[in-house]
Design a protein. Structure first.
Lengths: 660, 307
């Protein structure tokens, strides 16, 4: 019932937006350089259309962008995102030291930071927040982002250590490792050597490496971790005789929150130990998983702590009101350490899940900015020439997953043929703002990354490859192609019901028909049904996929194929690829690391588990008087820098530059 | 009459449970789950989530717990999507919004519809009959997802008189457009039903009797014809009121109203089981009560009907 209803609803919305789109074009054509009203609000208040209703105000819980933007107003982490580049800038941490192989980070916290109730913010608050974010009881969907922290994954997975009941000695990973395949050990896990300096010498105080017993513990060979679930553990042990012998007569101790490699060295120093080198880790720390949550309040009120009457926050703004399905209102927190430099008095985050509705609010001047992707494709010709339209590259891509576990798509030649039969350049042209993509990382986002090129549009070669795979393509008298041997019943293209996915699917279908003579059936599915089919690989052939960056590094894309669980939607998993990624991440030199990541990406593209399609572009509007808000690649805005400019001479009359 | 009402109320209880059980089953049959997203979650985290919400238990335990909480505490639990928000509190705060807009639209539709229908019926096949019925036809044919945007286009984007969307409490200017949009269809329908009912009644014997007794035309229409002529309207508006009050998805979405309808559609899309169950049960109860009210109104309006 709900699906039919949904179809009607979406159909209705489509008609409504068509009627609306067509008529509103006429109105706006005469209103000048900007889209609608440009009178600044009387007060220092920003009204931002933020999209869907936020799930929760508890920072580690939600994964969505609307929530992330609200968290950026309410909470702080050790670092924050730069408003233009999204790189890490100081927040609660004034400065930090990174050890020589990027496997240990020491943060020095500012001493004047307080919670919105006046309590001081200390290193213990960060340690509590990260332990909470990783706890299996909280079950945060973001937890995987912190898995490089020593024992973090083990804790989140409820794993156990093995310990000798008499000697209390733990079984170590090296006790059971194949000596041949041993990976280089990170500095953070090597025994401390007072002679060798782990950090670059610094004149600043405090120094990065005060020693503690916990530090010693981190700097010792990693312990073996095993599944906490007995059945899973026994299954694993049964397969590995060496392992079985090593844990014989040992007791199993659950990995606890206190084992995670995060330590409050003193009240204002946090040390994070990783299980391997990860240079990009710093850029990740602005994510909401690493933003601080108030221990006292959470222990007092439990799940209800985010209620407006209980909530305590630590960001530049604090919660003023939360009207569900309407708006979240935040106001400047006078206790914030940098309150003097926070310009806005309030931000109103409006809920609106309907793009035409969002744009109407913007046009009549009831909103000052709208969320990314609010401008429907059909409106672009009218809205894009306006001076308040925000153009810019986005760290997000569209691609087509191929289910490599089922014939005929388990044949690499067939996969390559389907990729080469698509004219992505023409597709991107039809989409107006996106860029064609042949790789799996977005175009033009990661400066200095030598992005490899996948195979381009080559219908001739595509037909040849199909022929080699046993599906010969013949040319008809009328010039069209036919591929009689291809089992059309074994493939289909599934996608999540919405108009842009539908037009994408139809384009692909037409290309394959035209260039290969194969008509792939299309199947539009309700969102959750589609996600379920894709993640369980319960589809034949092709499934549209989208991916956006969690942090500004190619690894946020490439890492998608590094898990064996089929969670990448294509079923492709190659240990060689995982090794290549790990090797790259251990590189300390940025260029070397990028080169190796690019090599891994090339390898992945050669196996063609996906057909890359396009790099998205940001696509939103802000009034010219809204300053300090930039069309950055992640659509995350550092609200403390945003202000309302009342002098029209200082307004933005073009897309503000992202260059410093 | 009292026995009738009590009997009907008693039947309501098992009906609600059948509705809840079927809904519960349908949610389980639907593929996907509340925590899935474009970014697939690692299996270990999925396992944690399933344990956190008790989804690792056998289905009969989950069902039993759900029903027990409903029976024992009238508690539908906590939303799976909106962390920490109880279903009861979501219904309690979104119902007034839907009800305000719904009742206003209902009253508007009722007044305009009955007046227009009566005027048309009193002089069938006249110009004003054709005019009001043509308008009614238009009202029935234009769905609200078209009417709403057209009204917004005229009154917000062109004339700048009224806000295009968002809820600002009642009374406020924000209420006007949604109420107009929502009432359009019902207004038109009621006008047509009134006209048809009145036409039939005006030809009946008891009206002739009333006229023969020397009553004025006004008395005939208001005291005798309208009562009988409104029977079809009553049977239509009972359930209509239930739907209007419990939220209309499209209008709430176009105008971003924080009403029950918005939550209902989102809950289904999110596979938010407790919220779906809560809203379905609530809508079912409202519908059953409205039908009961319709039956009572019947007895009042038509002296021939007795329970």
């Amino acid at each position: 019932m709900s699906q039919l209803f949904l179809k009607q609803l979406i159909g209705g919305m489509a008609i409504a937006s068509m009627v609306f789109g067509a008529t509103s074009c006429r109105v706006t054509a005469t209103t000048g350089d900007f889209y609608g009203n440009t009178t600044p609000p009387r007060q220092n208040i920003l009204r931002y259309v933020n999209g869907d209703e936020p799930e929760s105000l508890d920072p580690p819980i939600s994964t969505g962008q609307p929530e992330a933007r609200i968290y950026m107003a309410l909470y702080q982490g050790l670092v924050d995102y730069d408003p233009k580049t999204l790189n890490a800038i100081p927040a609660l941490a004034e400065r930090w030291d990174i050890n020589n192989d990027s496997s240990e980070f020491v943060f020095h916290l500012r001493r004047n930071a307080v919670w919105s109730n006046g309590d001081p913010i200390t290193a213990h608050d960060f340690v509590y927040s990260i332990r909470r974010g990783l706890s299996p009881e909280l079950a945060s969907k973001n937890a995987y982002l912190a898995y490089y922290i020593t024992y973090a994954e083990a804790y989140d997975r409820k794993a156990v250590f093995a310990r000798d009941p008499q000697t209390k000695q733990f079984v170590l990973e090296q006790d059971v490792a194949d000596s041949a395949a041993a990976a280089p050990v990170a500095l953070s896990q090597k025994p401390l050597d007072p002679a060798a300096t782990e950090y670059k010498p610094t004149t600043e105080e405090p120094k990065p490496d005060p020693d503690t017993p916990f530090h010693q513990l981190m700097h010792s060979p990693p312990r073996l971790t095993l599944p906490g679930d007995e059945t899973a553990r026994n299954k694993l042990l049964a397969k590995n005789a060496k392992l079985q012998a090593a844990v014989k007569d040992k007791e199993f101790v659950p990995v606890s929150a206190e084992d995670i490699g995060v330590e409050a060295v003193d009240d204002y120093t946090v040390r994070i130990s990783l299980s391997q080198s990860a240079a990009y880790f710093l850029g990740l720390l602005g994510h909401q998983l690493f933003r601080l949550a108030p221990r006292k309040i959470i222990e007092q009120y439990g799940e209800q702590w985010t209620k407006p009457e209980h909530i305590v926050t630590c960001g530049p703004f604090k919660l003023k009101a939360w009207l569900p399905y309407s708006e979240v209102v935040v106001e400047r927190d006078p206790l914030y350490w940098d309150a003097a430099n926070v310009h806005l008095d309030e931000i109103h985050f409006f809920v609106s899940a309907d793009n035409p509705t969002s744009l109407n609010l913007y046009k009549v001047g009831e909103a000052d900015a709208v969320l990314n992707h609010a401008v429907p494709n059909a409106w672009l010709r009218v809205v894009r020439p306006k001076k308040d339209y925000m153009d810019g590259a986005e760290a997000a891509i569209a691609f087509i997953n191929i289910n490599v576990t089922k014939p005929p798509m388990n044949d690499l030649r067939v996969r390559r043929a389907f990729n080469m039969a698509i004219d992505k350049i023409n597709y991107a042209k039809s989409r107006l703002i996106t860029k064609p993509l042949s790789a799996f990382t977005p175009e033009g986002i990661f400066v200095g990354y030598p992005q490899p090129k996948g195979e381009g549009f080559d219908p001739e070669q595509a037909r040849k490859l199909l022929g080699e795979a046993g599906f010969s393509v013949t040319k008809q008298a009328d010039g069209s192609f036919q591929c009689k041997a291809f089992p059309v019943g074994e493939v289909e293209l599934i996608f999540n019901t919405n108009s842009s996915n539908k037009s994408m699917a139809e384009f692909m279908q037409a290309q394959w028909k035209q260039n290969l003579g194969i008509t792939v059936p299309l199947r539009s599915m309700e969102s959750k049904t589609y996600l379920s089919a894709r993640s369980k690989l319960e589809y034949k052939g092709f499934a549209i996929g989208l991916w956006s960056a969690d942090y500004m590094d190619p690894f946020t894309f490439l890492g998608l194929f590094s898990t064996p669980d089929g969670s990448n939607g294509s079923g492709w998993y190659d240990l060689k690829y995982v090794d290549m990624l790990n090797e790259a991440n251990r590189m300390l030199d940025q260029k070397q690391r990028y080169d190796l990541l690019a090599k891994a990406e090339k390898f992945m593209l050669e196996n063609q588990p996906v057909i890359p399609i396009e790099t998205f572009a940001v696509n939103w509007l802000k009034k010219p008087y809204v300053k300090g808000m930039y069309p950055n690649a992640g659509s995350l805005y550092a609200w403390k820098f945003v202000y309302i400019e009342r002098d029209p001479a200082k307004w933005d009359y073009a897309v503000p530059s992202l260059a410093d | 009459m009292l026995r009738f009402i009590i009997r009907r109320l008693l039947i309501t209880i098992p009906t609600i449970f059948v509705v809840i059980t079927i809904t519960w089953g349908l949610i389980r049959l639907a593929p996907g789950n509340f925590y899935s997203g474009e970014k697939t979650i690692p299996p270990a985290i999925e396992k944690n989530i399933r344990e956190k919400y008790g989804l690792d238990k056998p289905w009969y335990q989950q069902y039993g717990r759900t029903i027990w909480n409903i029976v024992r505490h009238l508690d539908f639990g906590t939303s799976l999507k909106y962390e920490g928000q109880s279903v009861n509190s979501i219904i309690a705060r979104s119902l007034p919004v839907s009800a305000t807009v719904g009742i206003l639209a209902y009253l508007l539709a009722l007044i305009v519809g009955i007046v227009a229908g009566s005027i048309a019926a009193l002089k069938p096949n006249s110009k004003r009959d054709y005019a009001s019925m043509a308008l009614a036809m238009l009202g029935i044919s234009i769905p609200n997802f078209v009417l709403g945007p057209i009204l917004v286009l005229i009154f917000s984007l062109t004339l700048y008189w009224l806000p295009p969307s968002r809820w600002n409490g009642f009374p406020s200017r924000n209420v006007i457009l949604p109420v107009l949009t929502l009432s359009g269809l019902y207004m038109a329908y009621i006008a047509r039903l009134t006209r048809a009912g009145m036409l039939e009644v005006l030809r009946s014997d008891y009206i002739r009797t009333a006229r023969a007794k020397g009553l004025t035309e006004m008395q005939v229409v208001i005291r005798h014809a309208l009562r009988g002529g409104l029977m079809p309207v009553v049977s239509y508006t009972g359930p209509a009121l239930a739907f209007l009050v419990t939220g209309t998805v499209v209008v709430e979405r176009i105008f971003v109203l924080p009403g029950l309808g918005s939550y209902f559609i989102q809950a289904s899309l999110n596979r938010d089981e407790p919220l779906i169950l809560g809203i379905v049960a609530f809508v079912a109860i409202t519908l059953l009560l409205m039908n009961l009210l319709v039956d009572i109104a019947y007895a009042y309006l038509d002296p021939r009907i007795r329970y």
